[in-house]
Design a protein around this ligand. Structure first.
Ligand code: PLP
Length: 287
C-alpha cells in the first residue's frame, strides 16, 4: 500500500499530493508546521504540540483551520490510512492561496492544510542512540522569531548540510556571545561538570521544544538538578554528557562536538536514562 497524504480536505496518494503555486507557504514561507512522534499508531506528547500549533498560528494571525477536535480526528485518520505505528506525523498550515504580495491578503482566505505520515525504524534509532551522534557548531543566523515553528527553514537546512558534510548529524547554533542556542532541528543539553542538566532558557531565541518541556517535567519528578542556563561549545566538550531532544530524535546522546569528544565518548547514564523515561512516558500518554 502506498503512502497517503492529506491536502485541503482530501486524502490522496502521496505522489499526487500537490498544492497551488500561489500558496503563501510556497512563495513566502508564510506557514507553520508541527511534527508529532507516533507510538503504537498514536500521537506522542499531544497536548504540547497542539498548544504550540495554536500559538504559532496566533503569532502569525493565521486562523486555526478547524477545531482542535476535528483536527485530531483528521490527524488520526491520516495515521490510520498509512498504517503506520512507529513514525512521524507532519502537519503544515499556510495562510492560504492568494495573488503574490508581501502583505497579508485583505479579504480573509482559507488556510491551506497538508499532512504526511512517515515510518521510523525504532530498532535503528535505538542502535543510533546506543552509539551517540556527532554535532558541529554553526553561527546563529536565523531571524529573531525562532520561537514560531515556521517553514522558513533555509538557515536550518544549510546548517544541517554543514553537519552532514562533516559527518555529523546535527548542527548547534552559537550566538554572538558564544553560547549554544539550540540545534537546527532539536534542543541542546549538557550534563555539566557538577552533574547539573543544562539547557538554554526559553527567553532566548529558540523553539520551545515540546520534548524539552516534557523532559523538564520528568527531570523535576526524578529530582535531578537542572539549570536553564546557556552553555558554550567548550563547556559541552568539557561536560560529562551532552544530548539533543526533539520529536524526531526523542532524547539522543551526543558524543562529539566539532570533532572533540564529549565525556567518555560514548552515551552517558543520564542521557540514556532520560531517553528511556521519555519514551516510556510518551508511549503511555499518546492518544
Ligand atoms: N528546535 C528546533 C529548531 C526544531 O526544529 C525542533 C524540532 O523540529 C526542536 C527544537 C525540538 O522541538 P520538539 O521537541 O517540539 O520536536
Amino acid at each position: 500500500m502506498g503512502r497517503i497524504a492529506y491536502v485541503n480536505g482530501q486524502f490522496v496518494p502521496h505522489g499526487q499530493a500537490v498544492v497551488h503555486i500561489e500558496d503563501r507557504g510556497y512563495q513566502l514561507a508564510d506557514a507553520i508546521y508541527e511534527v508529532w512522534a507516533l507510538f503504537d499508531g498514536k500521537l506522542g506528547d499531544p497536548e504540547g504540540h497542539f498548544v504550540r500549533l495554536q500559538r504559532s498560528l496566533s503569532e502569525l494571525s493565521i486562523p486555526m483551520p478547524m477545531s482542535r477536535a476535528a483536527l485530531t480526528l483528521v490527524l488520526k485518520e491520516a495515521v490510520r490510512r498509512n498504517r503506520v505505528t512507529e513514525g512521524l506525523l507532519y502537519l503544515q498550515v499556510s495562510r492560504g492561496v492568494a495573488p503574490r504580495q508581501h502583505a497579508f491578503p485583505d479579504a480573509p482566505i482559507r488556510p491551506a492544510v497538508i499532512m504526511t505520515v512517515s515510518r521510523v525504524n525504532r530498532a535503528a534509532d535505538e542502535a543510533r542512540a546506543a552509539k551517540g551522534i556527532k554535532v558541529v557548531t554553526a553561527p546563529e543566523n536565523r531571524w529573531s522569531r525562532a520561537d514560531i515553528k515556521t517553514v522558513g527553514l533555509l538557515p536550518n537546512s544549510m546548517a544541517k548540510q554543514k553537519a552532514k558534510e562533516a559527518g555529523a548529524m546535527e548542527a548547534w547554533y552559537v550566538d554572538d556571545l558564544g553560547f549554544v542556542t539550540e540545534g537546527a532541528s532539536s534542543n541542546a543539553w549538557i550534563v555539566d561538570g557538577e552533574g547539573r542538566l543544562r539547557t538554554r532558557d526559553t527567553n532566548a531565541n529558540i523553539l520551545r521544544g515540546v520534548t524539552r518541556h516534557t523532559l523538564l517535567d520528568i527531570i523535576a519528578r526524578e529530582g535531578m538538578p537542572v539549570d536553564e542556563r546557556p552553555f558554550t561549545p567548550a563547556e559541552a566538550i568539557g561536560a560529562q554528557e551532552a544530548f539533543i531532544t526533539g520529536a524526531g530524535t526523542l532524547v539522543l546522546p551526543v558524543v562529539a562536538v566539532d570533532g572533540k569528544t564529549v565525556g567518555a565518548g560514548s552515551p552517558g547514564p543520564v542521557a540514556t536514562k532520560l531517553r528511556r523515561l521519555y519514551i516510556e512516558q510518551a508511549r503511555a500518554t499518546a492518544i
